[in-house]
Design a protein around this ligand. Structure first.
Ligand code: PMP
Length: 353
């Protein structure tokens, strides 16, 4: 730390992203990216847009907002785009939380929430998930705090039904409820349909997983016009050009190419079902996943050991140090071939135990 670093950030513990190693080629099953390339339409549009990057991108994101509005049956001012969904989540912490509106989220969830809270100096509280890692809806009804819920949750993969989400939103009419739907396309039910009914609901999604654009950095948020306006006030006060024009074009292509999107999601779901069965055959316990990953543990090997051994053998999965989930690893669903290699490697490795 330099002697110039502001005191207000000196105690900050930054979020630790999953490893993105460059020194060797791994089978990368650690950051929930898509194993498939972007849609050919997205690529073509991105290439075209690249020729114009001497000009600033459109800060209003008019073209992509229009495409999204048509697709989701909403108005163009009920949606906004950000630099990955981490960006909109941070804006939501800034916009809807403070001393008077502290934050709550589950104890086991996306590790960035506590970092956003600390960064924005917002008091937060965590509510333990039940022993089976499901969320008890009653814990959140009438809680009177700003709520962040990932649905499906990460790293567990467990999804809440839409009626439970609605009970939570309805049960906190004077607080914003943020539903982080980063993984919704792999088996969850989206709450976007509820934004006209509840003015306290913000839904966030990402292009990093089901739309194969993790490196392009694109996220989107849905809410009533006033909520979106608040978030845009913050966006315009920090970086109005947070979406570059190549990414915006790729995003339009990805939203338009429904056939490719559906086919990628279907393949991931099929491979997830296959992997789940194979892991069970090898003695793993997995939580029921509606996401593009499985959260798995084995009685014969600790989570950390498994992570390290797999890494040595060229396969990266994600291990979290949190005591409650230390036995588990989060395994991204890659291509069928990648998952076959994983299962073969695990088979050999467990025989040696
Ligand atoms: N929410 C959850 C639950 C996630 O796991 C992630 C991915 N790390 C994100 C949001 C953010 O993804 P991105 O910024 O790539 O949109």
């Amino acid at each position: 730390m330099s002697r110039f670093f502001s005191e207000k950030f000196s105690a900050l513990t930054p979020y630790i992203p999953g490893e993105q190693p460059r020194e060797r080629t791994y089978i990368k099953l650690n950051t929930n990216e898509s194993p498939y390339p972007p849609s050919p339409i997205a690529l073509r549009m991105a290439r075209q847009a690249a020729g114009n990057v001497n000009l600033y991108s459109d800060p209003t994101c008019q073209s992509i907002c229009k495409v999204a509005a048509e697709k989701y049956g909403i108005d163009a001012d009920e949606v906004m785009f950000t630099n990955g969904s981490d960006d909109i989540l941070n804006f939501a912490f800034m916009a809807f939380c403070d001393e008077r509106h502290p934050v709550v989220f589950p104890d086991i969830t996306y590790g960035f929430y506590p970092v956003f809270a600390a960064f924005n100096r917002i008091p937060y509280e965590t509510i333990p998930l039940q022993d089976d890692f499901t969320l008890r809806v009653e814990d959140y009804v009438g809680i009177g705090k700003t709520i962040f819920i990932a649905n499906p949750n990460a790293p567990t993969g467990i999804a809440l039904p839409l009626c439970d989400i609605e009970r939570i939103v309805q049960g906190n009419p004077d607080n914003v409820v943020v539903i982080d739907e980063a993984y919704v396309d792999f088996g969850g039910k989206s709450a976007v349909s509820l934004i006209h009914k509840y003015d306290n609901l913000l839904v966030t999604q990402t292009f990093s997983k089901s739309r194969n654009l993790a490196g392009a950095r694109l996220g989107m948020g849905f809410g009533c016009k006033a909520l979106i306006q608040d978030l845009n006030t913050l966006r315009y006060s920090t970086n109005p050009y947070n979406i570059n024009s190549v990414t915006m074009a790729a995003g339009i292509g990805a939203l338009t190419d429904e056939v490719y999107f559906m086919s990628c999601c279907r393949q991931i779901k099929e491979t997830r079902a296959w992997t789940e069965k194979e892991l069970a055959r090898l003695g793993f316990e997995t939580l029921p996943s509606a996401a593009n990953f499985l959260f798995a543990r084995h009685p014969k090997i600790s989570g950390k050991d498994l992570y390290l051994t797999l890494k040595e053998k060229g396969i990266l999965v994600r291990h979290f140090d949190d005591a409650r989930i230390t036995d588990f690893n989060r395994i991204t669903i890659g291509s069928k071939e990648e998952m076959e290699t994983l299962i073969q490697t695990l088979e050999v490795l467990l025989c040696e135990k």
